[in-house]
Design a protein around this ligand. Structure first.
Ligand SMILES: Cc1cc2nc3c(=O)[nH]c(=O)nc-3n(C[C@H](O)[C@H](O)[C@H](O)COP(=O)(O)O)c2cc1C
Length: 197
């Protein structure tokens, strides 16, 4: 598959199941490789991840459901519950964290660029998430990106013993593709790009 085909293949795929043709260890290994090979500003490598599969993945989405139940009005909760139940059917979730102690170290050590380090960290996080998403597409698996932080942070921290210096930035759910939504509308490149040559 060429690179553009892969980019086109990556979609937000919400309808997923856990019946994937890979062993847990194979998935774990390739996720680790994407983590290590993704570039970061100043080579900070401040992004950290926690991978939840199977029962641990389902535990996460039960936590999200619990937290939302306390916030969403009971009469509006059914669609929320249905959505979370759909997420629970997937194989796993990657929790993406920024290790703030590393970013702070760079801010203190190189005061001239102090303001840039959180921005570099955030760009590196975006690259990591993008690479992870594309990797799943390359394996013919689906994934979608969620942001239930910060409302779930404390419950998740307690459940998986997450260090205090880890800041949750996103949750990527992955699994076997059951169905894909209609393609999203794209603005033509000519409206977003200029070339001078
Ligand atoms: C930085 C970023 C944040 C996103 N956050 C969410 C989110 O919280 N929930 C969600 O359902 N989709 C989220 N998405 C998915 C986008 O809505 C989706 O990628 C976009 O509409 C294009 O659709 P596609 O992924 O199918 O190509 C996010 C995507 C990106 C890149």
């Amino acid at each position: 598959m060429n690179y553009i085909e892969l980019l086109k293949k990556r979609r937000s795929v919400y309808k997923l199941s856990n019946d994937i043709p890979y062993k847990d260890e194979e998935i774990e290994k390739i996720i680790a490789e994407v983590l290590v090979e993704s570039p970061t500003g100043y080579n900070m490598q401040s992004s950290k991840i926690i991978v939840l599969m199977n029962e641990e993945h389902r535990k996460l989405w039960d936590i999200v459901k619990d937290v939302l139940r306390a916030i969403v009005k009971p009469e509006h909760f059914q669609p929320t519950e249905d959505k979370i139940e759909m997420f629970k059917q997937a194989k796993g979730t990657i929790l993406f964290y920024e290790d703030e102690s590393i970013v702070e170290k760079y801010m203190n050590n190189i005061p001239l660029y102090k303001d840039n380090f959180p921005i570099f960290a955030s760009h590196g996080m975006g690259i990591l998430q993008g690479n992870m998403w594309n990797m799943f597409a390359s394996l013919n698996l689906g994934a979608h990106l969620q942001h239930y932080n910060p409302i779930i942070d404390e419950r998740v921290r307690k459940e998986w013993n997450v260090p205090l210096n880890y800041h949750l930035t996103a949750q990527m759910v992955f699994g076997k593709i059951e169905s894909i939504d209609e393609p999203k509308e794209k603005i033509p490149a000519s409206e977003r790009m200029k070339t001078f040559k």
